[in-house]
Design a binder for this molecule. Structure first.
Ligand SMILES: Cc1ncc(COP(=O)(O)O)c(C=O)c1O
Length: 413
């Protein structure tokens, strides 16, 4: 960042400081990961200078020879990675990608079946704070109270009773395998479009650790910056019959100029994800999550649904130890571990003050931490929470975290 350092010292130091935070902090917030240097180079490249509204071969401005090649490369790589028929790499983020799907499939007032609002949905799937709530008739299926798994019988019953135009299978904190075949069967039974939002699990699907929903779904959206260690943004994949309409919904209905620097960065990241190393990474993410969950259980934390099949887990901190998420967050922040609050199913507490925290292993696995480090991290978490008022102890734990992070550098190699 030599130019930035010369031109804008203040901003330079903020970024430097943030880099130190990322290097020396254990990142367990389920959504955050580290992109490669190559992805950052493409994101920060001269492609940011180009306006390129439209699609390859059909742009409104001249000078698109290289831009078209780059966007086509990104599309072809994404198709190969997921086995998708059609891919749009332009969505700026997950929420606009979902909006484009709704515009394509639904009319205002249509019925949509998605996961209950208080149970691991994403806001763009029908939350009252989101446009989707205003425009559509949202019906919610739920998590079973005893098993804490999605109740597929209820999905079928609600679909049969309400005849939704679209069923959404998309989750932000669900840690168990999804029954894609059953979702398809239910959608077929009521002639609904089946949409999956795989934002959280896309990397594990690309890495061939989880089942690919593409063969079962009509439309699949995903953000590109979670288990996929890609730049900020999203893609939409679909079957042919939705195609011209979906392309129009992304451009010009929902957004105008695509950010070609980020599309180039997506292309780099798709290439990385096609390599064998990414499969090894994805397997390790899941292996680490299992060990993290088991180790948390061994020291007394209740894990929602009793464990995890993927990269994340919900920890019922209030139910386990009577500590609030806020106390946990503040305590762990003091030793440089980041976590985020999350409601648990049928949470007795309020949405802004829930019982749980959500943790994942995607970022720490990018540092190539493995099973042994998961056990160390749990013992440090437990020690910190047991000594939450002991500042001296917390300072010594922070030092231990720093030493651990130095052994597994992200960028400062
Ligand atoms: C399942 C799911 N869909 C969509 C989104 C929205 O993505 P973005 O933040 O890029 O708009 C998220 C992000 O947190 C998500 O978890």
């Amino acid at each position: 960042m030599t130019y930035l350092e010369k031109e804008d010292k203040e901003l330079y130091w903020y970024i430097e400081d943030e880099q130190n935070r990322q290097e020396y902090e254990i990142e367990l917030i389920a959504s955050e990961n580290y992109v490669s240097e190559a992805v950052m180079e493409a994101s920060g490249s001269i492609l940011t200078n180009k306006y390129s509204e439209g699609y390859p071969g059909k742009r409104y401005y001249a000078g698109q020879t290289n831009i078209d090649k780059i966007e086509n490369l990104a599309i072809e790589r994404a198709k190969k990675l997921f086995g998708a028929q059609y891919v749009n790499v332009q969505p700026l983020s997950g929420s606009p990608a979902n909006l484009a799907v709704y515009i394509t499939v639904l009319k205002p007032g249509d019925t949509v079946l998605g996961l209950n609002l208080d149970q691991w949905w994403h806001l763009s799937h029908g939350h009252p704070l989101n446009f989707s709530w205003l425009l559509y008739n949202i019906i919610g299926y739920s998590i079973d109270k005893d098993t804490e798994l999605i109740n597929m019988d209820e999905v079928e019953r609600l679909a049969t009773e309400n005849k939704p135009k679209m069923i959404i299978a998309g989750f932000s904190a669900y840690s168990r395998d999804l029954d894609w075949a059953r979702f398809r069967k239910i959608a077929d039974k009521v002639w609904a479009v089946l949409m999956a939002d795989i934002s959280h699990i896309a990397g594990l699907i690309a890495g061939k650790v989880l089942e690919n929903p593409i063969p079962y779904c009509d439309i699949v959206t995903t953000t590109t910056h979670k288990t996929l260690r890609w730049p900020r943004g999203a893609i939409i994949m679909s079957k042919e019959q939705f195609w011209p309409a979906l392309a129009r919904a992304v451009f010009p209905w929902v957004q105008w100029w695509p950010h070609e620097n980020l599309i180039a960065a997506k292309a780099v990241a798709f290439k990385e994800a096609l390599e064998d190393n990414f499969k090894t990474y994805s397997r390790q993410v899941v292996d680490n999550a299992r060990v993290l969950a088991k180790s948390l259980q061994e020291v007394g934390f209740r894990i929602v649904s009793g464990g995890t099949d993927n990269h994340l887990m919900l920890v019922d901190v209030f139910g386990s130890f009577g500590v609030t998420w806020k106390e946990v967050e503040i305590t762990l922040e003091k030793i440089w571990i980041s976590v985020n609050k999350n409601m648990i199913p049928y949470d007795p507490r309020k949405p802004l003050d829930p019982s749980g925290i959500r943790v994942w292993t995607a970022a720490i696995t990018t540092r190539w931490m493995k099973e042994n480090e998961m056990k160390i991290i749990v013992s440090l978490i437990f020690e910190a929470i047991s000594n939450k008022d002991n500042e001296v102890k917390l300072a010594s734990l922070k030092q231990k975290i720093k030493e651990l992070c130095i052994k597994f550098p992200i960028y400062k190699k």
